[in-house]
Design a protein around this ligand. Structure first.
Ligand SMILES: [Zn+2]
Length: 233
């Protein structure tokens, strides 16, 4: 049932009903998509791309090897960023993920943050979950980042098993929950390269840590950075 809503009803509804801002509900003008300009301006930016040892890097430091890590917006469950990511993931608007990726990519590109990145790598989703949802939201966020930066997307990592929803788990439980679920598709494709792994939300950092562990074991010649759309404070 989920895929019917995501693949058919969602896109059709987008055409039939007037296009409105996903945050404030105001009717969008022709140049806007998914978000109105005032709402884009109001989203709470972290500026972490300018801050060494920012809130995300602190979660990973000393645990996994990385070149840079960050997230673009502050996130909590009641925030506008949460509303947007909920629409991307559960309400069948993957193209909104692409819009967010493009927005973030445009803002990062001009700072040079993406200059040394060879590939944008979406955090993978297990194929059963992807079949249920109809898409992996991080594929679409990565596509938007790619459109803004010209850096190609590479699905270099796959999820070899599913894992439970993380929301109610402690840090220790999360690490156990995500340990061993990722696999590098072909280490030769990313050897000597710098990849930017893209996720939707970073809370404890456990997904990034699991991917970092997986890369250390299976692709030690690869440099990795991590970036999420949103992160908890
Ligand atoms: Zn708005």
């Amino acid at each position: 049932m989920g895929w019917i809503v995501n693949k058919i009803i969602g896109p059709v509804a987008d055409l039939v009903f007037p296009r409105v801002c996903h945050v404030c509900g105001v009717r969008l003008s022709r140049g806007e998509s998914f978000l109105c300009l005032p709402c884009i301006a109001r989203l709470p930016r972290t500026n972490y791309h300018r801050i060494p040892m920012n809130g995300v890097e602190k979660r990973l430091a000393g645990i996994v090897r990385f070149r840079r890590a960050g997230a673009h917006f502050f996130y909590n469950r009641e925030s506008d960023v949460a509303t947007l990511l909920h629409d991307v993931k559960y309400r069948g608007f993957p193209a909104l993920g692409r819009r967010l990726g493009k927005l973030i990519g445009d803002e990062l590109r001009i700072t040079g943050y993406l200059d040394d990145v060879d590939f944008i790598v979406p955090v993978p989703m297990h194929f059963l979950k992807k079949a249920r949802r109809g898409y992996n939201q991080t594929d679409h966020i990565a596509a938007g980042l790619s459109a803004a930066s010209g850096i190609p997307v590479l699905n270099a990592i796959k999820a070899v098993r599913g894992h439970k929803t993380q929301t109610s788990l402690s840090m220790e439980e999360r690490l156990k929950n995500t340990s061993g679920i990722f696999r590098v598709v072909d280490p030769a494709l990313i050897a000597g390269k710098h990849i930017l792994v893209v996720d939707d939300v970073c809370t404890t950092g456990s997904t990034m840590i699991s991917i970092g562990d997986c890369l250390r074991e299976q692709a030690p010649a690869t440099d990795v950075s991590f970036y999420a759309v949103g992160c908890t404070v």
